[in-house]
Design a protein around this ligand. Structure first.
Ligand code: GLC
Length: 750
C-alpha cells in the first residue's frame, strides 16, 4: 500500500521502505531504508522537502511536471512527463548490493560526475568515486585512472528533447556505469550505506543544473580580486624569491592579483607555523605586497606533525580531536611533515578549532587559504589514504568509519576553514581553494583540478573536466596553467595561458624540480603573448564577476558546454574542445603543438570573430587559422558585454567601464556592481543597471536603467561593434544619462 507522508508517499515491502519525497514539482527523492521514517540526507544536501500538492491515483503519483509510477513488489519506479512520455525507468533495485539499474532509453549523452578525465560525454564508460591523491597512484592522469581528487555522484542524462539529473546521495565509494557493461543499462552502486537519490527533471539541461544546485547549494559570491591572475610555484622558498616574482610582475607590466606560498613557508611543514628564517618579518612582507596590490594565499594541509611541544598537535591530542585507528589510538600516517595525525573534522568542535587556528595567519596579512592533500593523502599505505577502518566521531558521540567519511573529509575541512575565516574577518568574503571535494563543497571552496602534467594531452582534457565540473555545481574552478609535473615550455605555456584566461580560477602553478614557468621564463615571444592574454583576462573581470554572481544566485556554471545553450543541436553534444564563457562568449583553444589552425563549430546565429570583427553565420563547422598569438574567440551577435580597463591589479584605479554591444538584434544585459570584497551587498549596497540596446532602422536605441543603486556607478562608455561597416563606434558616457526614465536615441550612422 502506498501511504501518504508529510512530504510525499511511502511504500513498504518486506520491511524495506521506499520514501518518495518532493522538493519541488520536478525534484523528487527516492530513499530506501529499513526504518519507518525518512532518513537524514548527507551533508551535501541543503534543500528541505516541501509539502506539495500531489495527487495519487492507483500506483501513480502526479505533480505539475511529473508522473511517478511505483511498482510495490519490486520497489522500482518509472517516471513520465506530464504528457506521458517515459523519462526514466528502473530495471532493478538491488537492496543487498545497494545498486540501482536503469534502462538506457533515448539518452545520447551523460554528463556530470565532477572532475573526471576523458571526453565530455560519458556514455559507454564507467567510473568510481573515491577521493584520491591521483599523483600518488599514477604518475600521469589518464582515462584508466577513475578515482580523482573529487567525488560528485551526480550525472545528467540528455536525449534530444529532454534532460534529467540523478544525484546519488551516498558518501561511500560509489560506482557508475553508463552503458559500458550492458549497453542498454545505467547502473549506480555504493559500497555501503543506502540507496537514496534525487531525480531532477528539466527538460532543459540548465534547469537540471539549477535544480542540482538547489539541492547541494551554490558558490558564495567570491571576492572580485580573486578573479585576477594568480601566480604559484612549489615553492617560492623564501622572502627574496617571492618578492622577486612580485616585483618582476610589475616591472614587466603583467597584471597579477594573487601570489601563493606552498609548503616550504612553514617550519618543518608544521601547519599554522611560518619559517621566520626564510620569511623574515612576515607581516611586514605582507604589508609591502599589499601596497603593491597583491593578496597572499598560503597552503594548509590536514596532516598535523606528530611532535610533542608543537601546539597544534598537543592541543589536538589533549582535546581528542584526531582520527583514531580501530584500537582507539590516534592514527598516525605520513605526509610532508613525516608522521602526522589527521583532524577529525566531522565534529563541529574540531572544525571550529581548526577555523580558529587561522587567526594568526590572517593577522599576518594572509588573504586566502589553500587546502591541499585533503583526500586525505597519506604516503604510508598502499591505498595512499588513511585506512578505511579508522574511526571518526560525530557530533552525537557516535563512531563512524573512515570508509563512510572519506569522500566528505575535504569538504568538512573546507567548511571549517571557510567558517573560521568568516568568524575572524566577518565582513570579508573568505577565499578557500581545495583539491578534494564532494557534492556541495562549492558552498565553501574554489577548486583546482590537482596535479596535472605539462603535457598537451592535459591541456586538451582539462576542458571536458571543467565543463563537467561546471555541470556538477562547481563554478569557481581552474587547473594548473602550464602544467604541474614535468617541464613546461614556451609554446605549451602560451596555449595554456590562453585557455586559462577564460577559466574562473586562473592560476599558473608548477612542481618542485621542474623548470620555472612564470610568464618570463621562456623568452620574449612567450612573455609577450602570455602577457597579452593575462591582460585580456583583465578586460573581462566585470563580465566574469557578473557570471559568478549569477552562478551564486542560480547555480549556472560559468564555464559551460555549448549544449547548455544549444540543447536542440545534437552537433554540440560531444564537443569537448570548445566552451562557452557565459552565454555570449565562445572560447576555442588550440591544444596541440605546432598547430596554427583548428576546426570550430559555430552554433546557429551570427558570431563575431573577436579579433577580426568578421561576422560569420553559424550552424556550421569552420576552419580557423590561429597562429601562436591567437586564441579563437567568438562573440554572439546581439551580446552586451562589459569590458574593464586593464590595470596591474583589480581595484588599482577607480573603475571606468565600457559596455560593448555586438550589433544584431535586441541585446539585454543586467550589470551588477558592488565593492567586490565585503558582504555589504547583502544589505543592498550594490548597483544593478539593466541595459537594452536595440537597432531600430538606422538608429540604435540604448537604455540603461538603474534598477538598484547602492554602489558607485562608474563612468560608462558604450562601444558598438558592427553597426557601421565593421567599424567600432564609441559613445562617451556624458551623452548617456542612466536614470530610470531616460532612453537615449542616437543616430550613430552619421
Ligand atoms: C600536491 C599539490 C600541489 C602542491 C604540492 C606541494 O602535490 O597538489 O599543488 O604544490 O602538493 O604542496
Amino acid at each position: 500500500m502506498i501511504k501518504k507522508t508529510t512530504y510525499g508517499y511511502t511504500v513498504e515491502k518486506d520491511n524495506v521502505f521506499l520514501d518518495v519525497v518532493f522538493y519541488s514539482d520536478s525534484i523528487v527523492r527516492f530513499s530506501y531504508s529499513e526504518e519507518n521514517k525518512l532518513p537524514d540526507s548527507t551533508i551535501a544536501v541543503i534543500a528541505k522537502p516541501m509539502k506539495m500538492d500531489v495527487e495519487l491515483k492507483g500506483h501513480s503519483i502526479k505533480t505539475k511536471d511529473l508522473q511517478i509510477k511505483i511498482n510495490e513488489n519490486s520497489l522500482t519506479v518509472e517516471i513520465y512527463d506530464i504528457e506521458g512520455n517515459l523519462i526514466n525507468k528502473d530495471k532493478k533495485v538491488d537492496l543487498n548490493n545497494i545498486q540501482v539499474s536503469k534502462e538506457l532509453l533515448d539518452e545520447k549523452a551523460f554528463y556530470g560526475m565532477g572532475e573526471k578525465y576523458g571526453w565530455i560525454n560519458k556514455i559507454g564508460t564507467d567510473t568510481v568515486n573515491w577521493n584520491s591523491d591521483v599523483l600518488g597512484n599514477s604518475p600521469i592522469h589518464t582515462g584508466t585512472v577513475k578515482e580523482y581528487h573529487t567525488s560528485i555522484p551526480f550525472y545528467i542524462g540528455l536525449s534530444q528533447n529532454l534532460a534529467y539529473g540523478i544525484y546519488f546521495d551516498n558518501t561511500y565509494r560509489t560506482y557508475f556505469d553508463f552503458g559500458k557493461k550492458v549497453e542498454d543499462t545505467i547502473d549506480f552502486r555504493a559500497e555501503d550505506g543506502r540507496i537514496d537519490y534525487f531525480f531532477i527533471y528539466g527538460p532543459q539541461l540548465s534547469k537540471v543544473v539549477r535544480g542540482y544546485s538547489d539541492i547541494t547549494g551554490s558558490m558564495p559570491l567570491p571576492r572580485k580580486d580573486f578573479l585576477g591572475y594568480q601566480q604559484c610555484r612549489w615553492s617560492y622558498e623564501n622572502r627574496d624569491e617571492l618578492m622577486t616574482v612580485a616585483k618582476k610582475m610589475r616591472e614587466e607590466n603583467i597584471p597579477c592579483d594573487i601570489l601563493y606560498l606552498d609548503i616550504d613557508y612553514m617550519k618543518d611543514y608544521k601547519v599554522f607555523t611560518v619559517d621566520s628564517e626564510k620569511f623574515k618579518e612576515f607581516k611586514e612582507m605582507n604589508d609591502i605586497l599589499k601596497g603593491m596590490g597583491y593578496k597572499l594565499v598560503v597552503i594548509i594541509d590536514p596532516g598535523v606533525k606528530k611532535e610533542e611541544g608543537y601546539n597544534v598537535y598537543d592541543e589536538g591530542v589533549e582535546k581528542d580531536y584526531f582520527v583514531k585507528d580501530s584500537n582507539g589510538k590516534i592514527y598516525i600516517g605520513e605526509v610532508w611533515p613525516g608522521d602526522s595525525a589527521f583532524p577529525d573534522y566531522l565534529r563541529e568542535e574540531v572544525r571550529n578549532w581548526w577555523g580558529e587556528l587561522h587567526r594568526e595567519l590572517i593577522d599576518y596579512g594572509v588573504d586566502g587559504i589553500w587546502n591541499d592533500m585533503n583526500e586525505p593523502a597519506n604516503f604510508c599505505t598502499e591505498a595512499k589514504t588513511i585506512p578505511e577502518n579508522t574511526i571518526h566521531m560525530d557530533d552525537k558521540g557516535q563512531s563512524r568509519t573512515h570508509k563512510e567519511i572519506h569522500n566528505i573529509y575535504a569538504m568538512l575541512e573546507a567548511q571549517g576553514t571557510y567558517e573560521g575565516l568568516k568568524k575572524i574577518s566577518p565582513n570579508k568574503r573568505p577565499f578557500v581553494l581545495t583539491r578534494a571535494a564532494f557534492a556541495g563543497t562549492q558552498r565553501y571552496a574554489a577548486l583546482w583540478t590537482g596535479d596535472n602534467s605539462s603535457i598537451w594531452e592535459h591541456l586538451e582534457s582539462s576542458m571536458a573536466m571543467f565543463m563537467n565540473l561546471g555541470l556538477s555545481g562547481y563554478s569557481f574552478i581552474g587547473g594548473d596553467v602550464g602544467g604541474f609535473t614535468h617541464d613546461s615550455n614556451g609554446e605549451l605555456l602560451t596555449r595554456w595561458t590562453q585557455l586559462g584566461a577564460f577559466t574562473p580560477l586562473f592560476r599558473n602553478h608548477s612542481a618542485k624540480g621542474t623548470i620555472n614557468q612564470e610568464p618570463w621564463c621562456f623568452g620574449d615571444e612567450t612573455l609577450d603573448i602570455t602577457k597579452k592574454y593575462i591582460k585580456l583576462r583583465y578586460n573581462f573581470i566585470t563580465y566574469l564577476y557578473n557570471l559568478m554572481k549569477d552562478s551564486s544566485d542560480k547555480g549556472d556554471p560559468v564555464l559551460r558546454p555549448l549544449f547548455y545553450h544549444y540543447q536542440n543541436d545534437e552537433n554540440t553534444y560531444n564537443i569537448s574542445d570548445q566552451f562557452m564563457f557565459g552565454e555570449n562568449i565562445m572560447i576555442c583553444p588550440i591544444t596541440r603543438p605546432k598547430t596554427n589552425h583548428r576546426m570550430i563549430y559555430l552554433p546557429e546565429g551570427k558570431w563575431y570573430d573577436y579579433w577580426t570583427q568578421e561576422v560569420i553565420q553559424g550552424g556550421k563547422f569552420i576552419i580557423k587559422k590561429a597562429e601562436l598569438d591567437t586564441l579563437p574567440i567568438y562573440i554572439k551577435a546581439s551580446s552586451i558585454i562589459p569590458m574593464d580597463k586593464i590595470t596591474n591589479y583589480i581595484g588599482e584605479e577607480d573603475n571606468s567601464l565600457e559596455i560593448h554591444y555586438y550589433y544584431g538584434e535586441k541585446g539585454k544585459y543586467n550589470l551588477y556592481l558592488d565593492d567586490g570584497l565585503s558582504f555589504d551587498y547583502k544589505n543592498g549596497k550594490y548597483t544593478e543597471i539593466k541595459f537594452e540596446i536595440e537597432p531600430v532602422d538606422e538608429y540604435l536605441t540604448i537604455s540603461g536603467e538603474v534598477i538598484h543603486e547602492g554602489y558607485d556607478i562608474p563612468n560608462i562608455k558604450i562601444v558598438i561593434h558592427g553597426f557601421v561597416k565593421g567599424n567600432k563606434v564609441t559613445i562617451e558616457g556624458d551623452k548617456l544619462n542612466f536614470d530610470k526614465e531616460k532612453r537615449v536615441r542616437l543616430n550613430i550612422n552619421k
